[in-house]
Design a protein around this ligand. Structure first.
Ligand SMILES: Nc1ncnc2c1ncn2[C@@H]1O[C@H](COP(=O)(O)OP(=O)(O)OP(=O)(O)O)[C@@H](O)[C@H]1O
Ligand SMILES: [Mg+2]
Length: 304
């Protein structure tokens, strides 16, 4: 239905927010844990969730797809979907919320370079053909020479996402100021290599307090749109980020209620963008598209 990636400038709550969105989606949903610094979910929320009596171990997850990719390639098989299926884990007992758990060791990140195109195809098929939402935990941004780091971020996935959301805590000046630096870099990155600068949006975490930055202030400051806001809710967030015993009435917590309000409009925005981009791509040759992109970039440069 839509591929939505979340990232942060300073570890501001990406995993918790991605998990809240996945648990709140009314559609079937695949949460892909592509944080190249390593999987937190496998040691936290997923720790107590069993599949056929088994607990999640290091034989399951994103890192194993590199091996699977090379053995499929050696056998002349292009489709990575069956291999990805074998590495999914349930988030709950609904049977329609699955996770691709992330790396067991950040040193595995480089092994994914060749795998991304095939994995992205599977994620897109999950979304376009099977009509699942795909939510990507893209982790904390790492830059190299002004670009997203090719190994320490899942940049190929971020390029292909319908929407990339930068998570920002309105109550935390460090989060707000570091996000402001990341926005320009991300807009350039997505404008040049991804689905366009407008694929980037902000997702704020807010308690609604007057002492926070206001959404209006942030939008004006950043020239980026706030596409949703989740409640600051320490009890529910502690469970989503640390696992353990779920709090009573988790589904009615302000965090999950706000996530439910956000996920539908986000999906609708992502779908509209994709339709527009598809229409433009069909009506323009690749050469014209490149010229239009370059013109857009030059105009933005002149406006600065
Ligand atoms: N909406 C929220 N309300 C209250 N606390 C939150 C919220 N979202 C996240 N937190 C808290 O912020 C901390 C960091 O969250 P999380 O692990 O999701 O961040 P992250 O961006 O994924 O970090 P990392 O880059 O280390 O993976 C956790 O203690 C979590 O409980
Ligand atoms: Mg995280």
């Amino acid at each position: 239905m839509a591929m939505i990636a979340l990232v942060s400038a300073a570890s501001d709550g990406v995993t918790t927010t991605a998990t809240a969105l996945a648990l709140s989606s009314r559609q079937s949903v695949l949460l892909a844990e592509c944080d190249m610094s390593g999987s937190k979910l496998r040691h936290r929320l997923l720790r107590d969730i069993r599949l056929g009596g088994q607990i999640l171990n290091g034989n399951i997850g994103l890192h194993k797809l590199a091996e699977a990719y090379w053995s499929s390639a050696a056998a002349g098989v292009q489709d990575l979907a069956p291999q990805v299926d074998a590495h999914l884990w349930p988030m709950d007992d609904s049977g329609r919320r699955l996770v691709l758990p992330g790396l067991t060791d950040p040193r595995q990140a480089a092994s994914l370079t060749e795998v991304w195109p095939s994995l992205i195809e599977v994620l897109q098929m999950t979304d376009h053909t099977h009509q699942w939402d795909v939510i990507v935990d893209g982790g904390r941004l790492v830059w190299e020479n002004g670009r997203l780091h090719p190994v320490l971020t899942p940049s190929p996935v971020l390029h292909q996402a319908d929407v990339v959301l930068l998570v920002v805590r309105l109550a935390d000046p460090a989060s707000v100021y570091l996000a402001s630096a990341a926005i320009e870099g991300l807009q350039d990155e997505l404008g040049q290599h991804g689905n366009g600068a407008r694929a980037l949006g902000l997702l704020t975490l807010s308690s609604g307090s007057r002492r926070e930055f206001s959404p209006r202030e942030v939008e004006a400051k950043f020239e980026a749109e706030i596409m949703g806001s989740l409640a600051w809710d320490e009890r529910a967030a502690a469970y989503l980020s640390a696992g353990g015993v779920p709090p009573r009435n988790l589904a009615r917590s302000s965090l999950l209620r706000s996530a439910r309000d956000v996920v539908g409009p986000l999906r609708a925005y992502a779908q509209r963008r994709r339709t527009n981009l598809d229409m433009r791509a069909r009506s323009m040759s690749p050469a014209v598209l490149t010229q239009v992109r370059q013109l857009g970039m030059r105009r933005r440069g002149e406006g600065e």
